[in-house]
Design a protein around this ligand. Structure first.
Ligand SMILES: Cc1ncc(COP(=O)(O)O)c(C=O)c1O
Length: 386
């Protein structure tokens, strides 16, 4: 099948559809789109201005500025316990999404299967299909806090399985994989000689004192795993479009070749800004301020939903989403009614795959006063449903 045919088969993102619908109605509180409501920290903006004043407005190397790759390498060792050579194992991309598509393109062949714990981030399954692979959803459930069960991964395997995708902390469920889960996934990947793509863009949005564990840091995994990360969520800079991938030398070389023919390089002055930000102690302070605010909001929204009629909810351990199961109504109908009658925008769970049916995704990266009002409206609305 050719790329245009595959593209025809992929539905447009349900999140965008909801976003447009919400825009047509006045007074809607949006818990729809998933991005930080904070501004990019001012010192990072200052660094970008400095870069422009230095004349950094031209192409950079295809794999990104050397100063940024060096800074990422230091960060990886310190935060993630991943040893990565800045010239061989790291490339800078136009966001995590691009890194994901580029990495899949380097190894996935037509018809090969990719296991994706589901509900899952919309881009993951779409990218697999676009590249010609088959996305195989492996169900995750509220009772296990949406953490994938390793035995379910084993059951879903066939001779065609080539790759597993993990995403912790997770969009849309907020689940966080434990070290033990990751060790079991690593064992399966080694046994079956699989690639793993580990999407860690929410690594810094994690609660209850938990520690983020990178799969690539586990014994023997660094050659097998592509780690995807991004500055979008960590530094509240989704519009800057900057992320990176960490992988074995051959994968990074192929990704770099492909990037040359796509956008040549990620944006120049932003790369300088994040390179500086990685080494600036103010960044840690900004990250912690945002993280702790998200945690307070998580606690509030979780507490309200737990006591709401018709909702079953598990406490998310990270990211800024909560994924309640809604009883007795289809998620698409409920989302539409919530929007029209209660004026709250929440994404239907089925947008995130077949295991998301009868759930809603609420994003709480929104100021507390709006969350309070949204919860009041939802409570009233849910209370009226027979
Ligand atoms: C799980 C996950 N991965 C990747 C991305 C993409 O982020 P970026 O802005 O870096 O492309 C997102 C954005 O919502 C996400 O939720």
């Amino acid at each position: 099948m050719s790329i245009p045919d595959r593209l025809d088969e992929i539905p447009p993102s349900g999140i965008r559809r909801l976003f447009e619908l919400a825009g047509r109605h006045k007074g809607v509180i949006s818990l729809g789109i998933g991005e930080p409501d904070f501004d990019t920290p001012s010192h990072i903006k200052e660094y970008a201005k400095e870069a422009l004043d230095l004349g950094m407005s031209h192409y950079t190397p295809n794999n990104g500025l050397k100063i940024l790759r060096d800074a990422i390498s230091v960060k990886l060792l310190k935060d993630n316990r991943i040893q990565a050579d800045p010239d061989k194992n790291i490339m800078v991309t136009a966001g995590g999404n691009q890194a994901f598509l580029l990495s899949l393109s380097t190894f996935l062949r037509e018809g090969e299967e990719v296991l994706i714990p589901s509900p899952c981030f919309v881009t993951h399954s779409a990218a697999v299909r676009l590249v010609g692979g088959k996305a195989v959803e492996v169900g995750t459930y509220i009772g296990r806090g949406f953490r994938v069960a390793p035995e379910d991964l084993r059951k879903a395997m066939t001779r065609k399985t080539r790759c597993i995708i993990i995403n912790s902390p997770n969009n849309p469920t907020g689940s966080v994989l434990r070290r033990k889960d990751l060790e079991e996934i690593a064992e399966i990947a080694a046994e079956r000689n699989l690639r793993v793509i580990s999407d860690e863009v929410y690594e810094k949005v994690i609660y209850d004192g938990e520690e983020h564990v990178s799969l690539a840091s586990l014994n023997g995994m660094s050659e097998r795993v592509v780690t995807i990360n991004s500055f979008s969520k960590t530094y509240a800079m989704t519009g800057w479009r900057l992320g990176y991938a960490v992988a074995d030398e051959s994968t990074i070389a192929k990704m770099t070749k492909l990037q040359m023919y796509l956008d040549a390089c990620p944006m120049s002055f932003g790369q300088y800004a994040v390179a500086k930000a990685l080494g600036d102690p103010r960044s840690k302070v900004s990250i912690e301020a945002m993280r702790s605010e998200y945690e307070s909001r998580r606690n509030y929204v979780y507490g309200r939903l737990r006591n709401m009629d018709g909702m079953e909810v598990s406490k998310p351990g990270g990211a800024f989403y909560i994924f309640p199961r809604v009883k007795g109504r289809g998620d698409v109908t409920l989302s539409e009614k919530l929007l029209l009658e209660a004026k709250v925008a929440a994404v239907p769970g089925s947008t995130f795959g077949k295991y998301g049916v009868n759930h809603l995704r609420l994003c709480y990266a929104t100021a507390m006063k709006y969350l309070e009002e949204a919860m009041d409206r939802m409570e009233k609305f849910m209370g009226k449903i027979p």
